[in-house]
Ligand binder design. Structure first.
Ligand SMILES: [Zn+2]
Ligand SMILES: [Zn+2]
Length: 199
């Protein structure tokens, strides 16, 4: 999911060789998945320096819609920006357990500024339990990495890719997520090469 965000106008990409990503927990999130996402990001972006923000950002209640029983991801992105105001990090990946949506769609796996600093993913629908299936940690972790890499790809300016194997393919469903790999296709890779190639 890509939505533009007003703050992107002030964004100037860093020319530094490292890609600093802060992982921000929005509400309580399982520790293991944070580590898995961190490793997954590092695999795709070897220059990434991923840190986990110690403080947990409370889930903003003004983002909640009681009719939809979901949180508005754009509002959470805006709150993340306030929360991170005094902290330095080029890119901020929010991870939350709550279900996210935007007004035009009945759910989103995530949202990001494109290009920009802020991205968020929801783990809610990545768990087989959400659909009444038995838990599957491996599958859950794989999906989480793909969504995280996808949203960070957006912050680096990558748009959706037509290659179904590419992590930047737009996932509208879990079969789409399952079909793609946790990696960038050659074309997308070349667009963000400076963030990826080892120096
Ligand atoms: Zn997307
Ligand atoms: Zn691609």
């Amino acid at each position: 999911m890509t939505l533009k965000h007003p703050r992107q106008e002030t964004y100037t990409p860093s020319e530094k060789s490292e890609l600093r990503i802060a992982i921000l927990r929005v509400g309580t999130v399982d520790k293991a998945v944070i580590q898995v996402v961190r490793n997954g990001l590092h695999k795709v972006f070897p220059r990434a320096v991923c840190t986990v923000v110690e403080e947990i950002m409370p889930i903003p209640q003004d983002a909640y819609s009681s009719t939809r029983k979901q949180y508005n991801s754009s509002r959470i992105l805006a709150r993340m920006s306030d929360f991170m105001e005094d902290r330095t990090a080029e890119h901020v990946l929010g991870i939350t357990d709550v279900d996210l949506s935007v007004p035009d769609l009945n759910f989103v796996f995530g949202e990001a500024e494109c290009p920009g600093r802020f991205a968020i993913i929801s783990l809610s629908r990545l768990k087989p339990e959400f659909f009444g299936q038995p838990p599957n940690r491996t599958l859950f972790h794989e999906r989480s990495v793909k969504e995280a890499v996808h949203e960070i790809g957006h912050t680096l300016g990558l748009h959706h890719c037509r290659n179904r194997k590419c992590v930047m393919f737009f996932s509208n469903s879990l079969p789409d997520t399952g079909h793609k790999e946790a990696n960038l296709c050659e074309r997308c890779h070349s667009q963000v090469a400076k963030h990826i190639s080892p120096s």
